[in-house]
Each structure stands twice: as C-alpha cells, then as structure tokens.
Write a protein that binds this ligand. Structure first.
Ligand code: NAI
Ligand SMILES: O=C(O)C1=N[C@H](C(=O)O)C[C@H](O)C1
Length: 273
C-alpha cells in the first residue's frame, strides 16, 4: 500500500459503471480531500481498458478501468464498494491482503457473507452501512428512541420505496431501521421480522415488525417507520432526493477510516452519532 505523507488519499471505486460507481467518481473528482486512484469493473465488461472519464461520457481522467482488483487496491489508501454481495465478499478478502480501508455500501448480504466480512476485518478497516446518509443514520437513533418509549400496542411497520432496478428487498436501510426498532424494544429482529405477507395471512401478530417494499420508476430511496396505535400513528420518514448524498457519506467514511485500526465500523462511528 503506498502511503506518501502529505498526499491526498487515493480511492479506488469498484463497480465503476454502476449508478453509485459513477456518482462516486464524480464526487471524488469534485473533492479536494481525496483523489481517484483506480476504477474496477467485472471481467468482460466493455468499460475495462477504457479511460473511466471517457467511458462516463466526459473528459479523460487518466484512470483506466481494470478488472485486476488486487493490483488496484495495493496502490490505494481506500476502496469504496457499491456492487453486489458476491463481489463485495471477494473485494473484502483482497482489501485484507492489501491492508487498506474498505467502505461497503452493498446491500442484500447474507449471514454467511457477513461472517466472511468479519474475517477480512482482521486485516482491513471495514466501514459498512446499508445507507451512508446522515439523515438515515440519525433516523435509526430516533427509531430506537421512539420504539423504546412505546410498548407493543404500537405496531411497527417499515415501508420502503426504490427504483425499478433494485434487486434486493427489504432494502438495507429498511433492515437498519428494523434493527434499531427491535433494539429499542429489547428483542431480536430475526424473532419478530415479518416481510412476506400474501394471501390469508391471519391477523397481525403482536410485537411483529413488518416490512413492505415498493419498486417503481426512478425513486432514489424513501423510508417510513410507522408506529400504528389505537387512534393515532407516528411516522418517521426519510426521503433521499439525490444519490450524491450516499456518495458524500461514503467519501467521508473513506477519509475517516485512514489511521483507524483494522476492524468493523459503521456510519454511526464515522458521524459520531
Ligand atoms: N449504502 C448506501 O448508502 C447505498 C447502497 N446502495 C447499494 O449499492 C449496490 C449497488 O447499487 P447500484 O449502483 O444502484 O447498482 P448498479 O447495478 O447500477 O451497479 C453495480 C455495479 O457493480 C458492478 N459489479 C458487479 N459485480 C462486479 C464484480 N465482480 N467486479 C466489479 N464490478 C462488479 C456491475 O457491473 C455494476 O456496474 C446495491 O447493493 C445497492 O443497494 C445503493 C445506494 C446507496
Ligand atoms: O439500491 C439503492 O438504490 C439503494 N440502496 C440502499 C438500500 O438498500 O437501502 C440505500 C438507498 O436506499 C438506495
């Protein structure tokens, strides 16, 4: 890992051609706190071998898209990964080899994937969150507080809406909010999670935390946490209206991670919440 004092941290972006990949590259280019050190795409992708700025339809950035992740990671101080679970697990192992900071935004990770990330975190500084925005991370705190103040007479339902290309449900953010609500109630989310209502479901089970997912158009990401009681409903809401929100949070995490010991962190650590 190159680490020349006084230079800006170099950041590698995986999934460079993706919605978040391109947003991250634009955010890095506009930042005076870090520089773009590499751009990764999957083997066979038509961006591999091209200048990433030109591939994005703009001016050349002097960074060629590569599928050799380990070589790119070893030249960087941090990697930001918003791709897909299988790729994220591979990148975590490579980040451990390269001993660099890895910021993970990928959602839809299984328990097995998370265990592999924990192993990689023995050698890499891994910062992971299903949502990198200040607003959502603050909302997790509020959700926990409201959930702790109310008993199970208030039914908790989490409703999320995203664009029609999203492949996982419930969203990573919805699960973060569900974990916060469960924590506030002093229960495990796995014991009370209800995310598959269809057909003759029977009445709602007291204490369940329900999830509903809407998919349509270009919705960036909207989340409601509803506490539905007798005669009243409390609704906590976050609406993302620009993807740059997530990219700015991820960059903040990559810079915060410099000098942190290997281990697992989240955005609450980064934001000091
Ligand atoms: N934590 C957060 O704040 C946010 C998380 N996300 C999550 O980020 C992930 C990506 O979202 P989008 O950018 O919308 O998806 P996308 O489908 O537009 O982009 C994913 C990119 O990853 C690339 N990729 C897949 N496998 C790869 C591999 N093995 N090597 C290199 N590149 C690979 C694909 O070619 C594609 O370019 C999703 O899991 C999404 O839920 C999205 C927005 C915010
Ligand atoms: O896929 C997305 O787009 C988003 N994914 C994250 C999630 O699963 O919560 C964050 C954000 O809502 C956008």
């Amino acid at each position: 890992m190159s680490d020349i004092p006084g230079t800006l941290p170099g950041i590698v972006i995986t999934g460079a051609s993706g919605r978040m990949g391109q947003m991250l590259i634009k955010t890095i280019v506009a930042s005076d706190k870090c520089k773009l050190a590499g751009a990764i795409e999957r083997t066979g992708h038509d961006w591999v071998g091209r200048d990433v700025g030109e591939a994005m339809g703009g001016t050349a950035l002097g960074v060629t898209v590569t599928d050799d992740a380990l070589e790119a990671f070893s030249q960087a101080q941090a990697v930001i990964d918003f791709t897909a679970p299988a790729a994220t697990v591979e990148f975590a192992a490579l980040a451990a080899q390269a001993r660099c900071v890895l910021v993970i935004g990928t959602t839809g990770l299984s328990e097995d994937d998370l265990n592999k990330l924990s192993l990689a975190a023995h050698h890499a500084t891994i910062i992971r969150a299903g949502n990198m925005s200040l607003g959502v991370n603050l909302l997790t705190k509020l959700t926990k507080m409201v959930s702790a103040a109310l008993d199970a007479d208030y039914d908790i339902e989490i409703i999320e809406a995203h664009h029609n290309k999203k492949v996982d449900a419930p969203s990573g953010t919805a699960l973060m909010l569900g974990e916060a609500a469960a924590e506030g109630r002093g229960v495990s989310l796995n014991d009370v999670r209800e995310s598959g209502r269809d057909g003759i479901t029977g009445a709602r089970k007291r204490g369940d935390i329900g999830f509903s997912a809407i998919r349509g158009g270009d919705i960036i990401g909207e989340h409601d946490v509803m506490f539905a009681g007798e005669g009243e409903r409390i609704i906590l809401r976050h609406v993302a209206s620009d993807r740059s929100l997530f990219a700015k949070g991820a960059l903040k995490a990559a810079i915060w991670g410099q000098g942190q010991k290997p281990g697992e962190y989240d955005m609450l650590d980064v934001l000091g919440l």
